[in-house]
Write a protein that binds this ligand. Structure first.
Ligand SMILES: [Zn+2]
Length: 337
């Protein structure tokens, strides 16, 4: 049990284990790294390690009442705070302050895990800051995020940061084998390539329907032209109708353009690690139809839109504008020729 359960994050786990062994865990930790690499899972392992009533410091037994309750996420001293409707609100932080007013009930430490901490809204972040400035004793905060740049600098400066790396293909295979049964090697390899080091993304792309969606989406992106703006409006409309899908759309298009850029600058495709290696023909065509500068422009525009998504923009209008801008590149080039 404990940190041995965490696969593929040797560096972060070694640091955490050393802190726990010396009984010197900081009052506020920031666990960063892309989605689906085990940050929140590791936070719960640390909660066990600091509260286990049987194992020596730095370890957890996994069988004592504290360990078992933490594993089931029902321990009275371990609190997980998560976003409700894409925001962590001030009421949740007010409840937290009330919760912190009492000493640990059963364990040695109260452990507060704030998952997706970048979703703290401004009022909640400011309320949390006050607690981080003067943390009461016997409390460990763990802020988990894949977008630390969105957090207030004043919050970041109060946390000790630990970074989690994208998982290797071997680590992903090991994790998937323990969670899923009978996955075909071909499906697993394709999902691992698309997952880019994240368990959640890899699992997402194990689903054949989602792969079919990706194939269709990329084919439509490649076919967009200045002659038919109707396609742009239809595509933007579809993207905006499924809020959860918006992130996936960004991911799929961003990785596809990135692959095209790498392909355009390489002589030997066998040396490349591509997300969409199974769509090589489409990638080649997409790369051949554009200059590297245009591909860079696509990536910049996608990044710009992604950072604006945090501000409740009108997704349909934003995607219409983006796609028209990208198609306009083509018109400009055709006119020059
Ligand atoms: Zn234990």
């Amino acid at each position: 049990m404990s940190f041995k359960e965490v696969i593929g994050q040797q560096q972060a786990v070694t640091q955490l284990a050393a802190m726990a062994r010396s009984e010197n865990v900081p009052a506020a930790l920031l666990l960063t790294g892309m989605e689906g690499v085990g940050k929140c899972f590791t936070a719960f392992q640390l909660a066990q390690v600091v509260n286990c009533c049987q194992a020596p410091p730095g370890d957890a037994c996994g069988v004592c009442p504290d360990c078992r309750q933490i594993a089931r996420r029902v321990h009275p001293d371990v609190l997980l705070i998560e976003a409700e409707k894409n925001q962590i609100k001030i009421d949740q932080i007010r409840e937290l302050h009330h919760y912190l007013g009492f000493a640990p009930l059963s364990g040695r430490f109260k452990v507060i895990i704030i998952n997706d901490a970048h979703l703290l809204n401004a009022a909640a972040a400011n309320a949390l800051l006050k607690t981080l400035e003067e943390p009461p004793g016997q409390i460990i905060f763990m802020l988990v995020t894949h977008r630390q740049q969105v957090l207030l600098p004043t919050i970041l400066s109060r946390c000790i940061s630990l970074s989690f790396k994208p998982l290797s293909h071997d680590a992903l295979r090991q994790i998937l084998a323990s969670r899923e049964e009978d996955i075909e090697v071909k499906s697993m390899d394709r999902a691992i390539a698309l997952g880019g080091g994240s368990v959640s993304k890899t699992q997402y792309f194990l689903d054949e329907n989602r792969l079919a969606w990706r194939d269709d989406f990329l084919a439509r992106i490649c076919a967009l032209s200045a002659e038919n703006f109707e396609d742009i409006f239809a595509l933007a409309d579809e993207i905006s109708k499924d809020a959860e899908n918006v992130e996936v759309v960004h991911y799929v298009l961003g990785t596809f353009v990135r692959d095209a850029l790498i392909l355009a600058n390489s002589s030997d495709v066998n040396d490349l690690v591509l997300f969409h290696a199974d769509q090589l023909e489409l990638l080649r065509k997409f790369a051949a139809d554009r200059t590297p500068e245009e591909l860079v422009f696509w990536l910049e525009e996608l990044n710009r839109l992604q950072s604006r998504l945090l501000f409740n923009i009108n997704i349909k209008l934003a995607w219409e504008a983006l796609l028209m801008k990208l198609v306009a590149l083509q018109i400009k080039r055709d006119n020059v020729i």
